[in-house]
Design a protein around this ligand. Structure first.
Ligand code: TXA
Ligand code: MG
Length: 319
């Protein structure tokens, strides 16, 4: 598919993507968070192709992308809290987990056999253009192979999934996957931190959020080793040892022969947008370890540290 670097697609490109989706094929699309490996969410065979392309464990459910809150409300048992959060944060990097509507036409594979559905209305203008044209439901996990770093440019996607058409919407502005809030239980709970922070959600709901930790893994994206560069990651580094690459943050950094700075000015939003691209750049086979400077645990820093902890955790299996 022709790469379109603009934030608006021409009609033939939109038509091509929509017709690929209608015929059960995959198309990678840009969103404001990360690129998504997208298929018609009502077509189980198409959804299965997503799992296959990602080599993703079957039990990991997918997010359904919609053009507006009305569509999300049709597929789910919509709640007052969902309405509040959708009104405040959609379109945007927020995913809501709700009980499936009894007549929900979305493939069970998307819910990994469960009775809940994750829905999100993205903000990226190209994603919106495509979702509006498709007028349906698009399942789209991050467009990386399972367990690898989420792609924030079209070039990243092509290196991971060379056989799948990619619509180029430029680098992702947010650069971190969406915040996931579970509204299917007794109390709202945060399943995955993101650029919309716990504080913002709590302020909107007027209530504290739970952790979603009732003993079950509700969001398998939270599995310990999910975001894995090919070399070990050392956290809270204040120095750089021989052979290490440095992932820096802020103006004061130790000397390092190989270094990327998430944000020289110490801006956490900028750091989030750079996180995966910088990890990927440092994971080039020339350093035996990536040393990461401390990142403040405030605002979107919570999400950055969450991803970094996963990147640093031991990898007993190869998921
Ligand atoms: O920003 C994003 O959310 C990106 C872009 C492409 O939209 N998508 C993304 O999808 O990160 P994925 O599949 O890589 O991560 C989806 C997360 C996983 O942690 C998954 O377990 C969780 O959402 N999830 C999906 N459906 C769920 C459900 N029904 N219940 C609980 N967690 C769910
Ligand atoms: Mg992912």
């Amino acid at each position: 598919m022709n790469a379109a670097k603009y934030l608006h697609l021409d009609q033939p490109t939109v038509d091509k993507a929509v017709s690929l989706w209608r015929s059960g094929e995959l198309v990678v699309i840009p969103t404001e968070t990360v690129y998504g490996l997208a298929a018609d969410a009502t077509n189980s065979a198409a959804v299965a192709k997503i799992y296959a392309a990602k080599q993703r464990p079957q039990f990991n459910p997918l997010i359904v992308h919609v053009a507006n809150a009305d569509a999300a409300a049709r597929f789910t048992q919509w709640t007052d809290e969902a309405a509040i959060l959708a009104r405040k944060f959609w379109p945007g990097p927020l995913t809501l987990v709700l009980k499936r509507h009894t007549d929900c036409p979305i493939s069970d594979l998307v819910s990994a056999g469960g009775d809940t559905l994750a829905v999100r209305c993205p903000e990226h203008p190209i994603a919106r253009q495509l979702l509006t044209a498709f007028a349906g439901a698009i399942a789209a996990p991050s467009a990386n192979r399972s367990g690898r770093i989420s792609p924030t440019t079209a070039a990243h996607v092509r290196s991971e999934l060379p056989d799948i058409p990619v619509i180029d919407g430029g680098p992702c502005a947010v650069g971190l996957e969406s915040t996931v809030i579970d509204l299917s239980g007794e109390y709202p709970a945060m399943l995955r931190p993101g650029s919309i922070t716990r504080q913002q959600i709590e302020a909107a709901l007027g209530n504290k959020l739970g952790e979603g930790s009732d003993g079950n893994i509700k969001s398998p994206g939270q599995l310990a080793s999910h975001y894995a560069p090919s070399v070990p990651v050392r956290l809270n580094a204040t120095d750089v040892k021989p052979g290490e690459a440095l992932l820096a943050f802020g103006p004061e950094i130790p000397a390092a022969p190989t270094m990327r700075n998430l944000s020289p000015s110490g801006d956490l939003i900028e750091a989030a947008a750079n996180l995966f691209a910088h990890l990927r750049a440092l994971d080039d086979g020339r350093s035996h370890t990536i040393a990461v400077m401390p990142i403040p645990q405030e605002g979107v820093g919570e999400a950055i540290n969450d991803r970094l902890r996963r990147a640093a955790s031991p990898r007993p299996d190869s998921q």
